[in-house]
Design a protein around this ligand. Structure first.
Ligand SMILES: Cc1ncc(COP(=O)(O)O)c(C=O)c1O
Length: 360
Protein backbone atom coordinates (compact mmCIF):
# COMPACT_ATOMS: atom_id res chain seq x y z
CA UNK A 1 0.00 0.00 0.00
CA UNK A 2 1.42 3.40 -1.01
CA UNK A 3 1.76 5.88 1.83
CA UNK A 4 2.05 8.76 -0.62
CA UNK A 5 0.22 8.22 -3.94
CA UNK A 6 1.14 9.94 -7.20
CA UNK A 7 -2.19 11.78 -7.35
CA UNK A 8 -5.47 11.99 -5.45
CA UNK A 9 -8.88 13.14 -6.70
CA UNK A 10 -10.48 16.06 -4.85
CA UNK A 11 -13.47 15.35 -2.61
CA UNK A 12 -15.80 17.56 -0.52
CA UNK A 13 -19.09 17.51 1.38
CA UNK A 14 -20.47 19.98 -1.18
CA UNK A 15 -19.79 17.48 -3.97
CA UNK A 16 -21.40 14.61 -2.06
CA UNK A 17 -24.52 16.66 -1.30
CA UNK A 18 -24.68 17.91 -4.90
CA UNK A 19 -24.55 14.37 -6.29
CA UNK A 20 -27.47 13.35 -4.06
CA UNK A 21 -29.48 16.35 -5.29
CA UNK A 22 -28.96 15.27 -8.91
CA UNK A 23 -30.19 11.78 -8.05
CA UNK A 24 -33.34 13.31 -6.51
CA UNK A 25 -33.85 15.61 -9.52
CA UNK A 26 -34.21 12.71 -11.96
CA UNK A 27 -32.46 14.82 -14.63
CA UNK A 28 -29.26 13.04 -15.60
CA UNK A 29 -27.93 14.10 -19.00
CA UNK A 30 -27.12 17.59 -20.37
CA UNK A 31 -29.48 19.26 -17.91
CA UNK A 32 -29.22 22.50 -15.92
CA UNK A 33 -26.02 21.50 -14.09
CA UNK A 34 -24.22 20.82 -17.38
CA UNK A 35 -25.47 24.10 -18.87
CA UNK A 36 -24.26 26.05 -15.82
CA UNK A 37 -20.92 24.23 -15.87
CA UNK A 38 -20.44 25.18 -19.53
CA UNK A 39 -21.20 28.85 -18.82
CA UNK A 40 -18.93 28.91 -15.78
CA UNK A 41 -16.05 27.23 -17.63
CA UNK A 42 -16.34 29.72 -20.51
CA UNK A 43 -16.33 32.59 -18.00
CA UNK A 44 -13.35 31.19 -16.14
CA UNK A 45 -11.31 30.68 -19.30
CA UNK A 46 -12.33 33.99 -20.86
CA UNK A 47 -13.89 32.47 -23.99
CA UNK A 48 -17.37 32.73 -25.50
CA UNK A 49 -18.31 29.07 -25.35
CA UNK A 50 -17.45 25.80 -23.64
CA UNK A 51 -19.04 22.58 -24.90
CA UNK A 52 -18.90 19.57 -22.61
CA UNK A 53 -18.45 16.04 -23.85
CA UNK A 54 -17.64 12.72 -22.23
CA UNK A 55 -13.82 13.11 -22.53
CA UNK A 56 -11.08 15.20 -24.17
CA UNK A 57 -10.78 12.50 -26.80
CA UNK A 58 -14.49 12.70 -27.72
CA UNK A 59 -14.59 16.48 -27.59
CA UNK A 60 -11.60 16.96 -29.88
CA UNK A 61 -12.91 14.27 -32.23
CA UNK A 62 -16.15 16.26 -32.52
CA UNK A 63 -14.20 19.48 -32.92
CA UNK A 64 -12.06 18.18 -35.80
CA UNK A 65 -15.16 16.74 -37.43
CA UNK A 66 -16.93 20.09 -37.10
CA UNK A 67 -13.92 21.85 -38.64
CA UNK A 68 -14.33 19.69 -41.73
CA UNK A 69 -10.64 19.53 -42.69
CA UNK A 70 -9.73 17.94 -46.00
CA UNK A 71 -8.67 14.28 -45.55
CA UNK A 72 -4.95 13.55 -45.77
CA UNK A 73 -3.93 16.94 -44.40
CA UNK A 74 -1.31 17.00 -41.65
CA UNK A 75 -1.57 18.04 -38.00
CA UNK A 76 1.66 18.75 -36.13
CA UNK A 77 1.81 17.63 -32.51
CA UNK A 78 4.37 16.57 -29.91
CA UNK A 79 4.99 12.90 -29.30
CA UNK A 80 5.68 13.31 -25.57
CA UNK A 81 2.02 13.35 -24.63
CA UNK A 82 -0.80 11.02 -23.65
CA UNK A 83 -1.65 8.65 -26.51
CA UNK A 84 -5.19 10.11 -26.88
CA UNK A 85 -3.71 13.39 -28.22
CA UNK A 86 -3.24 11.62 -31.56
CA UNK A 87 -6.47 9.63 -31.76
CA UNK A 88 -9.00 12.24 -32.96
CA UNK A 89 -6.54 13.26 -35.69
CA UNK A 90 -6.44 9.70 -37.02
CA UNK A 91 -10.21 9.16 -36.67
CA UNK A 92 -11.03 12.03 -39.03
CA UNK A 93 -8.57 10.92 -41.70
CA UNK A 94 -5.77 13.38 -40.93
CA UNK A 95 -2.09 12.54 -40.62
CA UNK A 96 -0.13 13.21 -37.43
CA UNK A 97 3.35 14.71 -37.85
CA UNK A 98 5.41 14.51 -34.68
CA UNK A 99 7.50 17.38 -33.34
CA UNK A 100 10.36 17.10 -30.82
CA UNK A 101 10.40 18.82 -27.40
CA UNK A 102 12.12 21.86 -25.91
CA UNK A 103 13.64 22.15 -22.41
CA UNK A 104 10.15 22.36 -20.83
CA UNK A 105 9.05 19.08 -22.53
CA UNK A 106 6.57 20.99 -24.71
CA UNK A 107 6.62 21.30 -28.52
CA UNK A 108 9.90 22.76 -29.81
CA UNK A 109 9.09 25.66 -32.19
CA UNK A 110 12.39 25.18 -34.05
CA UNK A 111 11.56 21.57 -34.84
CA UNK A 112 7.98 22.59 -35.65
CA UNK A 113 9.24 24.90 -38.40
CA UNK A 114 11.24 22.04 -39.95
CA UNK A 115 8.25 19.69 -40.00
CA UNK A 116 5.82 21.96 -41.86
CA UNK A 117 4.94 20.81 -45.39
CA UNK A 118 2.45 21.97 -48.05
CA UNK A 119 0.03 19.45 -46.53
CA UNK A 120 0.13 20.98 -43.04
CA UNK A 121 -3.29 22.19 -41.86
CA UNK A 122 -2.95 22.72 -38.13
CA UNK A 123 -0.88 22.48 -34.96
CA UNK A 124 -1.87 20.78 -31.72
CA UNK A 125 0.53 21.94 -28.99
CA UNK A 126 0.18 20.19 -25.63
CA UNK A 127 0.54 22.27 -22.47
CA UNK A 128 2.33 19.38 -20.86
CA UNK A 129 2.46 18.78 -17.11
CA UNK A 130 0.47 22.02 -16.59
CA UNK A 131 2.75 24.51 -18.36
CA UNK A 132 1.95 26.40 -21.55
CA UNK A 133 3.99 25.56 -24.62
CA UNK A 134 6.00 28.39 -26.22
CA UNK A 135 2.84 29.87 -27.69
CA UNK A 136 4.35 33.14 -28.88
CA UNK A 137 6.70 31.30 -31.25
CA UNK A 138 4.11 28.65 -32.19
CA UNK A 139 1.44 31.26 -32.92
CA UNK A 140 3.87 33.32 -35.02
CA UNK A 141 4.71 30.22 -37.10
CA UNK A 142 1.01 29.38 -37.47
CA UNK A 143 0.21 32.91 -38.63
CA UNK A 144 3.04 32.94 -41.14
CA UNK A 145 2.08 29.54 -42.60
CA UNK A 146 -1.70 29.97 -42.37
CA UNK A 147 -2.25 27.08 -39.96
CA UNK A 148 -4.87 26.77 -37.22
CA UNK A 149 -3.96 25.82 -33.64
CA UNK A 150 -5.91 23.64 -31.23
CA UNK A 151 -4.47 23.71 -27.71
CA UNK A 152 -4.36 20.46 -25.77
CA UNK A 153 -5.21 21.75 -22.28
CA UNK A 154 -5.97 18.35 -20.74
CA UNK A 155 -3.26 18.94 -18.14
CA UNK A 156 -3.40 22.71 -17.90
CA UNK A 157 -6.71 24.06 -16.66
CA UNK A 158 -6.05 27.36 -14.93
CA UNK A 159 -2.54 27.82 -16.36
CA UNK A 160 -1.77 31.19 -17.91
CA UNK A 161 0.39 32.32 -20.78
CA UNK A 162 1.26 36.03 -20.81
CA UNK A 163 -1.63 36.63 -18.45
CA UNK A 164 -4.26 34.78 -20.50
CA UNK A 165 -5.65 31.37 -19.61
CA UNK A 166 -4.39 28.50 -21.71
CA UNK A 167 -7.30 27.34 -23.80
CA UNK A 168 -8.27 30.90 -24.74
CA UNK A 169 -5.35 31.67 -27.04
CA UNK A 170 -6.39 29.98 -30.29
CA UNK A 171 -9.38 28.92 -32.41
CA UNK A 172 -10.30 26.14 -29.97
CA UNK A 173 -8.87 23.99 -27.21
CA UNK A 174 -9.60 20.67 -25.53
CA UNK A 175 -9.91 19.91 -21.81
CA UNK A 176 -10.02 16.67 -19.81
CA UNK A 177 -11.60 16.10 -16.41
CA UNK A 178 -10.25 12.55 -16.03
CA UNK A 179 -9.85 11.76 -12.31
CA UNK A 180 -6.11 12.45 -12.14
CA UNK A 181 -6.41 15.92 -13.69
CA UNK A 182 -6.26 19.27 -11.85
CA UNK A 183 -10.05 19.62 -12.20
CA UNK A 184 -11.55 16.16 -12.02
CA UNK A 185 -14.93 14.59 -12.29
CA UNK A 186 -15.69 11.15 -10.87
CA UNK A 187 -15.41 9.32 -14.15
CA UNK A 188 -14.61 10.53 -17.66
CA UNK A 189 -15.33 14.03 -18.87
CA UNK A 190 -13.98 16.81 -21.03
CA UNK A 191 -14.90 19.47 -23.54
CA UNK A 192 -13.79 22.18 -25.91
CA UNK A 193 -13.46 25.93 -25.45
CA UNK A 194 -13.85 28.35 -28.35
CA UNK A 195 -14.80 31.89 -29.30
CA UNK A 196 -16.49 30.62 -32.47
CA UNK A 197 -20.25 30.24 -31.92
CA UNK A 198 -20.89 28.23 -35.06
CA UNK A 199 -18.11 25.76 -34.19
CA UNK A 200 -19.51 25.41 -30.65
CA UNK A 201 -23.05 24.85 -31.99
CA UNK A 202 -21.81 22.19 -34.41
CA UNK A 203 -19.83 20.34 -31.70
CA UNK A 204 -22.88 20.50 -29.40
CA UNK A 205 -25.11 19.05 -32.12
CA UNK A 206 -22.66 16.28 -33.09
CA UNK A 207 -22.24 15.14 -29.47
CA UNK A 208 -26.02 14.58 -29.27
CA UNK A 209 -26.82 12.53 -32.41
CA UNK A 210 -26.62 15.54 -34.72
CA UNK A 211 -29.64 17.15 -33.09
CA UNK A 212 -29.99 20.91 -33.35
CA UNK A 213 -33.61 20.90 -32.21
CA UNK A 214 -35.67 18.45 -30.19
CA UNK A 215 -37.18 16.32 -32.96
CA UNK A 216 -34.79 16.83 -35.88
CA UNK A 217 -31.49 15.11 -36.54
CA UNK A 218 -29.77 17.32 -39.09
CA UNK A 219 -26.78 15.03 -39.52
CA UNK A 220 -25.38 11.70 -38.33
CA UNK A 221 -23.80 12.40 -34.97
CA UNK A 222 -22.59 10.57 -31.90
CA UNK A 223 -23.56 9.96 -28.32
CA UNK A 224 -20.71 11.80 -26.62
CA UNK A 225 -22.81 13.66 -24.06
CA UNK A 226 -21.93 14.85 -20.58
CA UNK A 227 -23.96 14.03 -17.49
CA UNK A 228 -25.39 15.89 -14.54
CA UNK A 229 -23.61 14.05 -11.73
CA UNK A 230 -20.21 14.85 -13.24
CA UNK A 231 -21.32 18.44 -13.84
CA UNK A 232 -21.98 18.91 -10.11
CA UNK A 233 -18.59 17.45 -9.26
CA UNK A 234 -16.89 19.70 -11.80
CA UNK A 235 -18.76 22.86 -10.77
CA UNK A 236 -17.76 22.42 -7.13
CA UNK A 237 -14.11 22.10 -8.14
CA UNK A 238 -14.18 25.00 -10.57
CA UNK A 239 -15.09 27.25 -7.62
CA UNK A 240 -11.80 26.33 -5.91
CA UNK A 241 -9.53 25.48 -8.86
CA UNK A 242 -7.30 28.55 -8.44
CA UNK A 243 -6.78 27.68 -4.77
CA UNK A 244 -6.01 24.06 -5.66
CA UNK A 245 -3.56 25.12 -8.39
CA UNK A 246 -1.87 27.56 -6.00
CA UNK A 247 -1.28 24.66 -3.58
CA UNK A 248 0.31 22.65 -6.42
CA UNK A 249 2.61 25.60 -7.22
CA UNK A 250 3.67 25.86 -3.57
CA UNK A 251 4.41 22.12 -3.46
CA UNK A 252 6.48 22.43 -6.64
CA UNK A 253 8.47 25.31 -5.15
CA UNK A 254 9.26 23.19 -2.10
CA UNK A 255 10.27 20.18 -4.19
CA UNK A 256 12.52 22.39 -6.35
CA UNK A 257 14.16 24.08 -3.36
CA UNK A 258 14.99 20.66 -1.93
CA UNK A 259 16.02 18.95 -5.16
CA UNK A 260 17.73 21.64 -7.22
CA UNK A 261 21.32 20.56 -7.91
CA UNK A 262 20.45 16.97 -6.94
CA UNK A 263 18.31 16.09 -9.97
CA UNK A 264 17.05 18.11 -12.95
CA UNK A 265 14.01 20.02 -11.70
CA UNK A 266 11.28 21.48 -13.95
CA UNK A 267 12.07 24.65 -15.90
CA UNK A 268 9.42 27.33 -15.74
CA UNK A 269 8.85 29.45 -18.81
CA UNK A 270 9.14 33.18 -18.00
CA UNK A 271 5.81 34.15 -19.49
CA UNK A 272 3.85 31.24 -18.07
CA UNK A 273 1.99 30.42 -14.86
CA UNK A 274 2.48 26.68 -14.37
CA UNK A 275 -0.26 24.65 -12.64
CA UNK A 276 1.87 21.55 -12.00
CA UNK A 277 -0.46 18.82 -13.07
CA UNK A 278 2.72 16.79 -12.75
CA UNK A 279 6.02 17.57 -11.03
CA UNK A 280 8.59 15.87 -13.26
CA UNK A 281 12.27 15.43 -12.49
CA UNK A 282 15.00 13.94 -14.66
CA UNK A 283 17.53 11.46 -13.38
CA UNK A 284 19.77 8.90 -15.07
CA UNK A 285 18.99 5.87 -12.86
CA UNK A 286 15.25 6.53 -13.17
CA UNK A 287 13.95 2.95 -12.99
CA UNK A 288 16.09 2.02 -9.97
CA UNK A 289 15.05 5.23 -8.20
CA UNK A 290 11.42 4.44 -8.97
CA UNK A 291 11.75 0.97 -7.40
CA UNK A 292 13.51 2.47 -4.38
CA UNK A 293 10.72 5.02 -3.88
CA UNK A 294 8.11 2.29 -4.25
CA UNK A 295 9.74 0.36 -1.41
CA UNK A 296 9.46 3.50 0.70
CA UNK A 297 5.72 3.68 -0.04
CA UNK A 298 5.99 6.53 -2.55
CA UNK A 299 3.95 6.38 -5.76
CA UNK A 300 5.57 7.78 -8.90
CA UNK A 301 4.69 7.80 -12.59
CA UNK A 302 6.34 8.09 -16.00
CA UNK A 303 4.61 10.50 -18.36
CA UNK A 304 5.36 8.91 -20.76
CA UNK A 305 7.53 5.77 -21.02
CA UNK A 306 6.66 5.15 -24.70
CA UNK A 307 6.18 8.30 -26.78
CA UNK A 308 3.30 8.36 -29.24
CA UNK A 309 5.52 8.03 -32.36
CA UNK A 310 6.91 4.77 -30.93
CA UNK A 311 3.50 3.20 -30.27
CA UNK A 312 2.75 0.14 -32.46
CA UNK A 313 -0.60 1.55 -33.62
CA UNK A 314 1.09 4.69 -34.92
CA UNK A 315 4.08 2.92 -36.50
CA UNK A 316 1.70 0.52 -38.29
CA UNK A 317 -0.21 3.41 -39.81
CA UNK A 318 2.43 6.07 -40.40
CA UNK A 319 5.85 4.36 -40.19
CA UNK A 320 8.90 5.17 -38.07
CA UNK A 321 10.26 8.63 -37.30
CA UNK A 322 13.03 9.77 -34.99
CA UNK A 323 12.72 12.44 -32.27
CA UNK A 324 16.06 12.40 -30.39
CA UNK A 325 15.16 14.72 -27.50
CA UNK A 326 11.86 12.97 -26.81
CA UNK A 327 13.50 9.54 -26.99
CA UNK A 328 16.19 10.62 -24.51
CA UNK A 329 13.72 12.20 -22.08
CA UNK A 330 11.42 9.18 -21.80
CA UNK A 331 14.23 7.16 -20.21
CA UNK A 332 14.97 9.82 -17.61
CA UNK A 333 11.70 11.49 -16.56
CA UNK A 334 9.94 10.65 -13.31
CA UNK A 335 6.71 12.19 -11.99
CA UNK A 336 6.68 12.68 -8.21
CA UNK A 337 3.55 12.76 -6.00
CA UNK A 338 1.58 15.93 -6.76
CA UNK A 339 -1.90 16.81 -5.56
CA UNK A 340 -3.28 19.73 -3.51
CA UNK A 341 -3.64 17.78 -0.26
CA UNK A 342 0.05 16.76 -0.24
CA UNK A 343 1.78 17.98 2.95
CA UNK A 344 5.17 19.65 3.46
CA UNK A 345 6.19 16.67 5.55
CA UNK A 346 5.39 14.31 2.69
CA UNK A 347 7.33 16.44 0.19
CA UNK A 348 10.32 16.51 2.55
CA UNK A 349 10.11 12.73 2.91
CA UNK A 350 10.02 12.19 -0.89
CA UNK A 351 12.95 14.56 -1.45
CA UNK A 352 14.85 12.93 1.45
CA UNK A 353 14.38 9.47 -0.09
CA UNK A 354 15.63 10.72 -3.48
CA UNK A 355 18.74 12.17 -1.82
CA UNK A 356 19.26 8.94 0.12
CA UNK A 357 19.12 6.92 -3.11
CA UNK A 358 21.59 9.24 -4.84
CA UNK A 359 23.90 9.32 -1.79
CA UNK A 360 23.48 13.11 -1.41
C1 LIG B 1 -2.26 15.69 -22.70
C2 LIG B 1 -3.52 14.87 -22.75
N1 LIG B 1 -4.29 14.91 -23.86
C3 LIG B 1 -5.42 14.20 -23.95
C4 LIG B 1 -5.84 13.40 -22.92
C5 LIG B 1 -7.10 12.61 -23.08
O1 LIG B 1 -8.07 12.98 -22.16
P1 LIG B 1 -9.37 12.06 -21.92
O2 LIG B 1 -8.93 10.91 -21.08
O3 LIG B 1 -10.32 12.98 -21.19
O4 LIG B 1 -9.88 11.67 -23.23
C6 LIG B 1 -5.09 13.34 -21.74
C7 LIG B 1 -5.51 12.49 -20.61
O5 LIG B 1 -4.94 11.48 -20.36
C8 LIG B 1 -3.90 14.09 -21.66
O6 LIG B 1 -3.15 14.06 -20.55
Amino acid sequence: MEKIPLSKAYDSEEIRNGVLKVIDSGNFILGPESKSFEKELAGYLGVKRFVLSNSWTSAVHLLLKAMNIEEGKEILLPSLTAFPSVEPICHVGLKPVFVDIDETYCMDPEDLKKKITPKSAGILPVHLYGQAADMESIMAIAREKGLFIIEDCAQAIGARYKGKRTGSLTVASGFSFYPSKNLTVYGDGGGIATNDDSLADEVAALRNHGRKSKFFNDEIGFNMRFNEIQAVVGRCQLRVIDELNEKRRKHAERYSSLLKGVVKVPEIRKSSEHVFHMYVIEVSERDKLRDFLKQKGIGTGIHYPVPVHKQPAVINLFGEVSLPKTEKAVNRILSLPMFPALTEKEIDFVAGCIKEFLGR
